[in-house]
Design a protein around this ligand. Structure first.
Ligand code: C2O
Length: 571
């Protein structure tokens, strides 16, 4: 598929003038403090009790609530044996890359007994994002919502909802996810799949030994509810629907969109979507399932189960309905698309359009300074010591971008960059296009071995980038929800088959393309720092489907990366 991603909002402030403006600004944000204690915590699901790494003993973790313009100071204290980092997924981190969180990219991990204060300001974003651990597979249990309200006094571009409810999807493993991925990386085979999907940490009644662990959304008739949907699952895109109710999509990845109605949503790991749920005008004498199950494009095994929550209408006062009689009401179930319904996926993606209003314009870069063409997909690496591995033909599964499988450094890239000590850490020679072109979507080449390296692309400040991401059919074409840290980008084109540089650009949407943080792009490199880009299917990231962009400082003081905080963890 030819996906081209354009990135986003030219947010440029000019120093002396803007400092004055900020001070005089009546809607200047406030500073909010949070403390995250990383601790072990016992949780039982599906009759399996295990000790999980959690934040403040909560699963899912605590909600962060802030307004656009607010500054957040989040002190993370590590009380567990694992190294930890936290990523604020989708937050642009303008000049504050030190607070971004991916381990060995923007920081060394917070070691046992250490702490680190993440310090950043939310600029030009409102909607829902989420935070998660960004080291190994710890994000399986370490995640929670980020709710970004508009600035005080600024309304939503839709009617104010009666209530707002985060709905966060996750994946539950009876085994320890850290053991699952370390075993898979050793054997070279695909990792074991999850045992359940969850809504707000709860798998729901369709699993054995789980009906008491069901998320219930209690609503009143004739009201509107804003559901803040987050896919925090590790490896699965999900379909979601509520029986007999239509949802209106109003915001994705903390960017307003042109509202549209749908019975079913598709949401990839790393994506967030705000939808409006209008309840029935009067008490319906029924309850309704809300369910989610995967959309699957790969050929490997996957968790094909379904998570269900319940939409329950509060019985009207003075009625005969008691909570007991709710159980006897008819229960409706949504009909979700088939697990491999790619035409639904394509059609759904085509409905997403930026709001592009006077107040919320889509600042799509029109000129392009640099074009990149990245192939994205699976591959293999050799099994060590003449052994047989459990990947394809006795090799190890691997994944790459332009055939480079990213080798994690042992010291943080951002530090190496900032202190001019890149020698032996990374090289600035990431290929702009495949070194050996082939028919990406046809019969794969005989040699599927990837190369390895810690290679980055270096961009001057304010470079306007167009990046075409081309999936390959090596070991089967499958979808890759690509996530770029530090930027939003515009999806100006998408399609199937091989990208055609002569024909396809004519069909690019440069008017109201969707602005996302997780897919294929044009983007404006207006944020100095080191920015990770990877597939948000965690197994693909583990296999090397990742790389980094370095954006150099601009010439003015407000175009430079801030200095590192004093408590930045050391490797
Ligand atoms: Cu949500 Cu680099 O990740």
């Amino acid at each position: 598929m030819g996906v081209s991603l354009l990135s986003s909002p030219a947010f440029l402030v000019f120093f002396s003038f803007s400092t004055f403006c900020l001070l005089a600004d009546p809607v200047l944000g406030i500073t909010r403090h949070y403390k995250f204690d990383i601790k072990l915590h016992n949780v039982t699901r599906l009759c399996h009790t295990k000790s999980i790494v959690s934040v403040n003993g909560k699963f899912p973790g605590p909600r962060i609530v802030a307004r656009e313009g607010d500054r957040l100071l989040i002190k993370v204290v590590n009380h567990v044996a694992n190294n930890i980092t936290i990523h604020w997924h989708g937050i642009r981190q303008l000049r504050s890359g030190w607070a971004d969180g991916p381990a060995y990219v923007t920081q060394c991990p917070i070691q046992t007994g250490q702490s680190y204060v993440y310090n950043f300001t939310i600029v030009g974003q409102r909607g829902t994002l989420f935070w998660h651990a960004h080291i190994s597979w710890l994000r399986a249990t370490v995640y929670g919502p980020i709710v970004i309200l508009p600035k005080r006094g600024i309304p939503y571009p839709f009617a104010k909802p009666y209530r707002e409810v985060p709905v966060i999807f996750g994946e539950w493993f009876n085994a320890d996810p850290e053991a699952i991925i370390s075993q898979a990386l050793q054997t070279g085979g695909g990792p074991n799949v999850s045992d359940a999907y969850t809504i707000n940490g709860l798998p729901g009644p369709l699993y054995n030994c789980s009906s008491k662990d069901t998320f219930k959304l209690k609503v009143k008739p004739g009201k509107t509810y804003l559901l803040r949907l987050i896919n925090a699952a590790l490896n699965d895109e999900l379909f979601f629907g509520i029986a007999n109710h239509t949802l209106t999509v109003v915001d994705v990845d903390a960017i307003y969109v042109k509202p549209f109605e749908t019975e079913t949503l598709l949401i990839a790991p790393g994506q967030t979507t705000n939808v409006i749920l209008k309840t029935k005008p009067s008490y319906p004498n029924a309850t309704f399932f809300m369910t989610a199950r995967p959309y699957v494009t790969g050929q490997g095994t996957f968790d094909n189960s379904t998570v269900a929550g319940i939409l329950e209408y509060k019985s009207p006062p003075n009625s005969l309905h008691s909570s007991n009689s709710i159980k006897k009401l008819p229960l409706f179930k949504p009909i979700l698309p088939a697990l491999n319904d790619t035409s639904f996926a394509t059609n759904f993606a085509s409905k997403l359009r930026s709001l592009d209003s006077a107040q919320y314009p889509a600042n799509v870069p029109r000129k392009v300074d640099k074009h990149f063409f990245f192939t994205v997909g699976l591959g293999t690496s050799p099994c060590q010591h003449n052994q047989t591995c459990q990947g394809p033909n006795g090799t190890k599964f691997s994944a790459s971008i332009n055939n480079v499988s990213f080798a994690m450094p042992t010291t943080a890239l951002l530090q190496a960059h900032f202190f001019g000590q890149s020698n032996g850490v990374y090289t600035p020679n990431f290929p702009c296009s495949p070194i050996i072109p082939f028919n990406y979507t046809g019969t794969p080449p005989n040699n599927t071995m990837v190369s390895n390296g810690t290679k980055v692309v270096v961009l001057p400040f304010n470079t306007s980038v167009e990046l075409v991401m081309q999936d390959t059919s090596i070991l089967g074409a499958e979808s890759h929800p690509l996530h770029l840290h530090g930027f939003n980008f515009f999806v100006v084109g998408q399609g199937f088959g091989n990208f055609d540089p002569n024909k396809d650009p004519a069909n690019f949407n440069l008017i109201d393309p969707i602005e996302r943080n997780t897919v294929a792009i044009r983007f404006l490199a207006d944020n100095p720092g080191v920015w990770f880009m990877h597939c948000h299917l965690e197994v693909h990231t583990s296999w090397g489907l990742k790389m980094a962009w370095i954006v150099l400082d601009g010439e003015f003081p407000n175009q430079k990366l801030l200095p590192p905080p004093a408590d930045l963890p050391k490797c």
